[in-house]
Design a protein around this ligand. Structure first.
Ligand code: EPZ
Length: 432
């Protein structure tokens, strides 16, 4: 085998408190943007997950000085960068490598970055990123799998995005923050991580207004200074634990969250019968009985997040009645449904819609994780299931969840990360 797996003995209701880490999807662009200053930038509340560590290595690889202060804090100094060409092999595997384009362009008017991979959840074009770069005067070409972007200087422009894209909004915002003159991005993404990146750029000296609304106005500035910045809490990690509590009929408090960011998830959980209590920076979720059916459609923020769709579908697979989940952001984000079927779920997928007939409970099976959030959803299924569940290919999960198994164990789950068949047998034997 040689690959890491989770092995789970289901049935324990989650109970207790869990601390949420910083948002991976905010930290990725913020690490990239940090190299735009020639002074030191200290980033706090970084999640200790593989995608972040790969990006930090890539940033060091082009010559930036990267100093780890502790597990969640890093100091970055971009004054020592010698190379605008990112050739690091591992970086291709993470989607967010494209943020180095916006950052290097903004700083040096020159960037070469391998075309990104990332989770296989459907076609993931970057035409909107390139359209934005072109609008501010950048020449873009793609050769031998690498994106080359170059110009003499960038000029502010009025850009209308054809689709609401988190990545394109952030990338254009980064580059345009150093263009000459004013840029307006219309139909911008409004996700909390877009706001977090804008706040971070502003704390380095950028002049960005309107992040969090669909019109972002950017006045270009000549240079950035150093700063210290703490990453926003991870709304997807928080939502994942909230749903895990609901699926196991648990009672947990997620700490270090911004309840406002959780509203789409909290509203759905309340609607189907959970008790959700919001405090200043924590949320308590209690599910005392079997939950009921509903409809969910994924939408850009503040709608229901696509990154919570697999977890929510898994929860609805356990609810009474028939639910319908529509995925409107990515075209291929229901692959995990076949794995859930092996655990007894009754879900029919037609196009971008899943029709779910709720069952009483899952039964443990050997399954594999097709991507990051689907992997987390399968863990939730395993926590609820009768018997033992083995989840293969957890590398995806480790890219985005810090100490997932450890946090779940602290809430009373029986879950272990193992690396061999022998260890799986040992775990199974110990609990029977
Ligand atoms: C980010 O991806 C996240 N990734 C994703 O999280 C998340 O699912 C997604 O936003 C939506 O919230 C990171 O932040 C690293 P988009 P991104 O550009 O930026 C289309 C996770 O599990 N589109 O907002 O790539 C696209 O096909 C990951 O953490 C274009 O057509 O998403 C999609 O339908 C998975 N052209 C829609 O826009 C473009 O140029 C939204 O994509 C760009 C996007």
């Amino acid at each position: 085998m040689g690959m890491e797996c989770y092995v789970i003995k289901g049935g324990n209701p989650l109970a207790g408190e869990v601390e949420i880490a910083g948002a991976k999807n905010a930290a990725l662009p913020i690490i990239s943007a940090a190299i735009m200053s020639d002074e030191s930038v200290t980033l706090e509340n970084l999640p200790d997950v593989n995608d972040i560590n790969v990006l930090l290595d890539a940033v060091a690889g082009i010559g930036a000085h990267v100093e780890r202060i502790d597990r969640h804090t890093v100091k970055i100094n971009g004054s020592t960068i010698q190379d605008c060409c990112v050739e690091y092999d591992l970086i291709k595997k993470i989607r967010a490598s494209y943020y180095l384009l916006g950052a290097l362009l903004g700083k040096y008017n020159n960037a070469a970055v391998p075309l990104p991979g990332g989770c296989n959840i459907g076609s993931r074009p970057i035409d909107q990123h390139l359209k934005g770069f072109k609008a501010i005067g950048v020449n873009v070409s793609i050769e031998h799998g690498t994106i080359f972007a170059k110009c003499d200087h960038m000029r502010g422009a009025h850009i209308f995005m054809d689709v609401v894209s988190v990545g394109a909004t952030i990338n254009i915002m980064m580059a345009a923050s150093r263009a000459v003159g004013k840029t307006i991005i219309e139909n911008a993404a409004k996700e909390p991580h877009v706001v977090d990146v804008a706040n971070f750029l502003n704390s380095m000296g950028a002049d960005i207004k309107g992040a969090g609304t669909d019109v972002i106005r950017i006045n270009g500035v000549r240079s950035f200074h150093g700063c210290s910045y703490a990453i926003v809490p991870d709304m997807i990690e928080a939502g994942t634990f909230m749903i895990a509590a609901a699926a196991t009929k648990g009672d947990i408090v997620v700490k270090n969250v911004i309840p406002k960011h959780m509203e789409a998830v909290s509203a759905k959980l309340t609607e189907i019968g959970c008790e959700v209590d919001e405090f200043d920076d924590s949320i308590r979720v209690v599910a005392a009985r079997r939950l009921s059916r509903t409809h969910v459609k994924t939408q850009p923020y503040p709608g229901f997040p696509t990154d919570m769709q697999p977890q929510m579908t898994t929860l609805l697979a356990l609810s009474t009645g028939t639910s319908i989940v529509t995925e409107s952001i990515f075209e291929n984000r229901f692959k995990y449904v076949d794995e859930l079927a092996r655990m007894g779920a009754s879900i029919k997928v037609e196009g971008n819609t899943a029709i779910i007939d709720g069952i009483e409970g899952f039964t443990g099976a050997r399954i594999s994780s097709p991507d990051l959030r689907a992997g987390a959803a399968l863990v939730i299924a395993g926590l609820q299931a009768e018997g033992v569940t083995v989840i293969e290919d957890i590398a995806y999960i480790l890219r985005g969840y810090e100490n997932f198994d450890g946090k779940l164990r602290s809430l009373g789950a029986e879950i272990k990360k193992v690396e061999s068949e022998r260890e799986i047998e040992k775990f199974t034997f110990a609990i029977i």
